[in-house]
Design a protein around this ligand. Sequence first.
Ligand code: SF4
Length: 345
Amino acid sequence: MSSTLKDSYGRAIRDLRVSLTDRCNFRCFYCLPHGEPPIAPKEQMLSYEEIEYVCDVFVSLGIQKIRLTGGEPMMRRDIETIIGKLSLLKPKGLQDLALTTNGYFLPDRARSLKAAGLDRITISVDSLKPETFKQMTGVDVLDRVLAGIAAAKQAGLEPIKINAVIVRGHNEDEVADFAAFAREHDVGMRFIEFMPLDSGHDWSRADVVSGREIRERIDEKFPLVPMDVARGSETSSRFRFADGAPGEIGIIAPVTEPFCGACSRIRLTADGIRGVDGTGRISKEPGAGEFAVFVDRVNFDDCVPAAFEDSLNLTADRASRVLLCAKHRQTKNCGKQNSESGCPP
Ligand code: SF4
């Protein structure tokens, strides 16, 4: 099994996002406008053995980075076990094992994540003001999340990135404060334009604070210099502070500056069967004992699905539910920019 995954544009697929669960202990208004996520029954979640197995196959096909996501991935009690298993893939070609979290569990568990083999961490923090944080996330736990960032730093889960979704009328007045936080704590602060998600919330272009405005708001207080790094498949434009202060700024602008042309990602959903839009659409019903691949957008080399099937050794009842969703992560979110970005319609 030596093929490299490529999509229909010939782009090599190097990054795999693995959703460990749909569950979350936060209720961010832009993610869960109706309060509750569509949660797959527990028995349908992929077990850690299945996740390990699928990731092993993926690494053999050229995946170099794995990021664990959710929901909130730390809602899974076996996350340290999963990380421990996946870290064993490093001699096989895995170069980077990362986690995106809301930070709530980090004060108690940052060290155990590091000990299990996690390389680095991204923490979502949408406001540094307790009231705004509560209003945006539905929970009054800013202090705990900030303690989580400190714990991650202490545990050596670096470089630490902080993600903030900037939404007009909520937190655009905090952009410079976030930049000050990056300088003070030597972290990479990443600002994300508010974009349409799959959760059915009322997105409006009027709520979008553009990447350009974000940069201008920071520049006014802390002049920025673009970093001389190849962007590659990275989603963010990166900047350092002109005065040499520590920390870094990243701006992710999927609405005003589509970046999908260099996309190298695929995603595995928590139950392994649903499409990325959560509608349950699948392209092919898996037969018993067969490992089916969601090929709607990704053009696997002919030999690759066969390689999956040949090497699958799951019992029929489990295998019938293990369907890999290998669709462009951004395809749905950036529909309006398809012609510019090169993403399929
Ligand atoms: S923390 Fe993340 S997964 Fe949880 S509600 Fe907020 S955006 Fe959604």
